[in-house]
Design a protein around this ligand. Structure first.
Ligand code: ATP
Ligand code: MG
Length: 156
């Protein structure tokens, strides 16, 4: 696990996709990413770049708001989750986040600030902040180590 945060300035949708693609290069599978930023900040756009970087079909990446979680198969695949409609963390255990991580997929969670406390320290924290007509994107590695197949990984 690398210890340093990454950051990018984006002036376009394509540049935000490139940031997601660059972060994908840091991942091996089994990671979870917590994405936060206001409505329309570019979280879904970033996940599209992540998918591109993982070699997945990026055009398939749409907002999962109505289904909460969509698995894009691959090695690793990508579980794209949106917690916007999830009230107070209810039902999060049914979304298969841990199973996807244990299966070696990358899990990208929009509105990741709604992740439960026990899971948040295991997540990369990706923030997208608006600064004028730019976006500032930062990605900080997890506070706690989570490795694929680690039997000490969290279990609720
Ligand atoms: N620099 C930029 N980076 C990303 N998106 C941008 C940028 N500039 C403009 N946009 C536009 O902003 C919108 C970002 O939408 P997106 O669905 O990715 O936001 P989101 O953070 O996922 O929102 P939500 O919270 O509703 O899920 C797109 O319409 C995109 O074209
Ligand atoms: Mg979105």
């Amino acid at each position: 696990m690398s210890g340093d945060s990454l950051s990018w300035t984006s002036r376009s949708e394509e540049q935000t996709e490139q940031a997601g693609q660059a972060l994908a290069a840091e991942l091996t599978g089994g990671e979870i990413l917590s994405l936060s930023g206001t409505l329309g900040a570019g979280k879904t756009v970033f996940v599209r770049g992540l998918a591109r970087g993982l070699g997945l079909e990026e055009r398939a990446i749409a907002s999962p708001s109505f289904v909460l979680a969509t698995l894009h198969p691959g090695q690793p695949g990508l579980l794209h989750v949106d917690l916007y409609r999830l009230a107070d963390g209810a039902g999060i255990d049914d979304l298969g986040l841990e199973d996807a991580m244990e299966d070696g997929h990358v899990v990208a969670v929009e509105w990741g600030e709604r992740l439960p406390e026990w899971l948040a320290p295991h997540a990369w924290t990706v923030r997208i902040d608006l600064a004028g007509d730019e976006r500032r994107i930062t990605a900080a590695p997890p506070l706690a180590a989570t490795t694929r197949g680690d039997s000490s990984a969290p279990h609720g």
